[in-house]
Design a protein around this ligand. Sequence first.
Ligand code: AMP
Length: 121
Amino acid sequence: MTYDPNNIFAKILRGEIPCQKVYEDDHVLAFNDIAPQAPVHILVIPKGAYKTVEDFGLNAGAGEIKAFYMAVAKIVEEQALNLDGFRTISNSGINGGQEVPHYHLHILGGKKLGPMLAKAA
Ligand code: AMP
């Protein structure tokens, strides 16, 4: 699967669609999720064109990967999420339920988040 340059996060990166920006540096953008699943729900994305976590891990440069996790740590501290805890999630592909094919990490917090996975019906 090739990277789709018309995915919604690519449009946000090009400034074609607005976002509620939380953090930005040369390699990383973070913004509030449009449909938050918790009091704090932030999406962290690399500026490079990576589809999934494994694409990012295999193909991003060391500087991009370092910048990504530094950004996550800064956001966690800025939002004081480290005090009570939080969760990060990365959905990948069909089984993971990934909706937007640009690698992103969800940061969720602000309340007790409950079980990691919804119980099967
Ligand atoms: P995923 O299912 O892991 O691909 O998550 C995609 C996330 O992107 C969902 O939580 C959506 O609510 C969120 N989302 C979709 N469009 C936007 C947007 N324009 N701005 C912010 N978040 C968005």
